[in-house]
Design a protein around this ligand. Structure first.
Ligand code: SF4
Length: 127
């Protein structure tokens, strides 16, 4: 989470009304579903590869799906994937064990979204 699971917002006492930015309902629903991840780690424990991709992808997705999270999306996905690798978690081979064990019903679709976000970030020009 420290490597990118947040948005950098200077509120300075002037917090914007959340409804000031229109967001498609479908995106808001998917972001909300991803945000229900409680970080319990059951997905990692269930995975034969000890992959943390369901957890990480839920955190990447909840922000990537919203305009507020788009600003830092490129850095976020690269930093979070790098941190995941650095900590020695395994890779995803799409067995679905994580999704089956997740108490919050986090979908494998989030892993696909994170992979797309990562590809987009690595193919787009850097800062
Ligand atoms: S099992 Fe589900 S709720 Fe728990 S950390 Fe993994 S994705 Fe999040």
């Amino acid at each position: 989470m420290q490597s990118g699971g947040y948005v950098s917002v200077n509120t300075s006492g002037n917090t914007l009304d959340a409804n000031a930015i229109p967001i498609p309902k479908e995106n808001a629903d998917m972001a909300f579903d991803a945000a229900t991840c409680i970080g319990c780690g059951a997905c990692v424990a269930a995975c034969k590869n000890a992959s943390a991709m369901l957890f990480t992808s839920a955190k990447v997705s909840q922000l990537a799906l919203l305009p507020q999270g788009e600003v830092e999306a490129r850095e976020r996905v690269q930093n979070m994937v790098a941190q995941m690798d650095k900590e020695g978690f395994g890779n995803c081979t799409v067995t679905g064990a994580c999704e089956a064990e997740c108490p919050k019903g986090i979908s494998l679709e989030n892993i696909a979204r994170m992979n797309r976000e990562y590809l987009k970030a690595t193919l787009s020009p850097g800062k």
